[in-house]
Design a protein around this ligand. Structure first.
Ligand SMILES: Cc1ncc(C[n+]2csc(CCOP(=O)(O)OP(=O)(O)O)c2C)c(N)n1
Length: 264
């Protein structure tokens, strides 16, 4: 799977380079998390993306669109050739994930909303006696939004054991370090106090990610959160942990250097 993840990383950077804009840092940090989810855990039919009993994936950090589109095309939701239209006017693949794209459940980009929506989707599953699961992918800077904690409280109170939040804890937000701008710590304890089951992993370690999703599938009582320690810009030395690469496209020389470093 490491080879595939390198390919996704290269594709993300090529898309952002061609578009001349985008969000490399927080896309590169989530590659393994989404790759493992789609390849081994998610129930879906890419030829029938609205299948009633599909598992739902809500991308709350909607700016990670290059990552999401690369993953969705990898798993057959639409052809790879569409990726060259990323961020072009009138193309389907807009800069923040858009629900007309096959496989995207909710248009996002205004941070802080995905977990509330995910609670609604998960509650609908319970009320309608459906056995789908709901996964919500969040950024760490995004957790500074109050709405996230209202949703976290709801999920805990409602015991939404069909809901799995995935926090891409890459420690860097748009303008600097999360711990210096508004620390989330003690993050795991916060979720536990709100009634969640928690696991904390290395979000680039395939076997730890699998362990975490397996644990979620065995959860019977509480909503589940995977706190995934990741590296913003993972795989490219000059992008790693550097907020300058939150929302900037590499130029030709930078792209070449990045692709060489990623290798594969
Ligand atoms: C409500 C809202 N405020 C501000 C922004 C602008 N913005 C886009 S990405 C971002 C930083 C998000 O940081 P984080 O959640 O850590 O994302 P990641 O590092 O994973 O890319 C901000 C402030 C936004 N999209 N929505």
């Amino acid at each position: 799977m490491e080879k595939e993840c390198k390919r996704i990383r290269r594709e993300i950077l090529e898309m952002i380079h061609t578009a001349g804009s985008g969000h490399p840092g927080g896309s590169l940090s989530g590659v393994e998390l989404l790759y493992v989810l789609y390849s081994e855990f998610l129930k879906y039919d890419s030829n029938n993306p609205k299948l009633e009993n599909r598992d739902r994936v809500i991308i709350s950090k909607g700016h990670a669109s290059a990552l999401v589109y690369s993953i969705l095309s990898e798993f057959g939701f639409f052809p790879k050739k569409e990726l060259k239209n990323f961020r072009k006017l009138h193309s389907l693949l807009q800069g923040h994930v858009y629900r007309e794209v096959p496989g995207v459940e909710l248009s996002t980009g205004s941070l802080g909303q995905g977990l509330s929506y995910s609670c609604g989707v998960a509650m609908a599953g319970v009320l309608n006696k459906k056995d789908y699961k709901t996964f919500c992918y969040l950024g760490d800077g995004e957790l500074q939004e109050g709405n996230v904690w209202e949703a976290a409280m709801t999920a805990g109170f409602r015991k939404l054991n069909n809901l799995c939040a995935i926090v891409d804890y890459n420690k860097v937000q748009e303008n600097g370090l999360v711990r210096e701008i508004k620390s989330l710590e003690p993050l795991r304890k916060k979720f536990e106090d709100f009634g969640w089951s928690t696991v904390e992993i290395n979000g680039h370690d395939i076997s730890e990610i699998k362990m975490a999703f397996n644990k979620f599938l065995k959860e019977t009582e509480k909503p589940f959160v995977i706190i995934a320690n990741t590296i913003k810009g993972k795989g490219v030395s000059f992008m790693e942990m550097n907020s300058l690469w939150h929302g900037k496209a590499p130029n030709d020389v930078e792209l070449q250097k990045a692709l060489e470093e990623i290798g594969g």
